[in-house]
Design a protein around this ligand. Structure first.
Ligand SMILES: [Zn+2]
Length: 221
């Protein structure tokens, strides 16, 4: 196995780890939202869905690129990846508008809900999972210098803040019985999700602009 093969394997494994972790978080957050009808939890679930599709696109692009050794630039793959990114950004932006609308009503006419504790436990688990993923990815970035994984990492750092916001929202809404708090934190999370969608779109635009100049950074070598 050459050094490049090794580094490709590491990148694929890191990208797969992101896909698996977000899939697990979707299942857990889905169950938590089913128990407690919280806007903050719904926002957190939406973000994990975004994470799942974004890392899946990433993984598929890497796989396709590694299948064509020798070709340093793969315009077709980059184009497909960018268009998938645009589609994802559009869907997530629409979802964030819906989240904002629900958050607004939860502030205006707060509806109390119970069973927030499971959501708190899931969010604590999500923080631990994000931290493990970040440590693992740091390791892979040190070995490969991958920009794709670096972008992914930045987002998972933001997710730690998001999960802390969900924990506060649930504790204040169910513990202190101020359900409007769920709407206020939910609004912030809707904004974060919208921002993430815009970043995906900007990233896709940059990929198309630099088409053919080796935007899949791993292939520059
Ligand atoms: Zn996320």
């Amino acid at each position: 196995m050459t050094d490049t093969d090794n580094s490709n394997q590491l990148l694929l494994r890191a990208a797969s780890a992101s896909v698996l972790v977000s899939l697990l978080l979707i299942a857990l957050k889905g169950a938590a939202f089913w128990r407690a009808d919280s806007v903050a939890l719904l926002g957190s679930l939406t973000d994990s869905a975004l994470d799942f599709f974004a890392s899946l696109i990433n993984l598929l692009a890497l796989k396709a690129a590694f299948r064509q050794p020798g070709k340093k630039h793969c315009p077709a793959i980059i184009k497909a990846q960018a268009h998938a990114g645009y589609a994802l950004a559009a869907v997530v932006l629409a979802a964030s508008v819906y989240l904002g609308w629900r958050a607004f009503w939860q502030i205006w006419t707060p509806v109390p809900f119970e069973e927030g504790f499971f959501g708190v436990a899931v969010s604590v688990f999500a923080i631990l999972a994000s931290l493990s993923l970040l440590t693992y990815q740091k390791n892979v970035i040190d070995k490969t210098g991958s920009a794709t994984i670096s972008t992914d990492r930045l987002h998972f750092l933001g997710d730690i803040m998001l999960n802390l916001a969900v924990i506060l929202a649930l504790l204040i809404a169910t513990g202190a019985e101020i359900p409007a708090a769920d709407g206020i934190f939910g609004m912030g999370i809707a904004a974060y999700v919208a921002f993430s969608a815009v970043m995906i779109a900007v990233n896709s635009r940059d990929m198309l602009k630099n088409k053919g100049t080796g935007v899949i950074p791993e292939l520059k070598k």
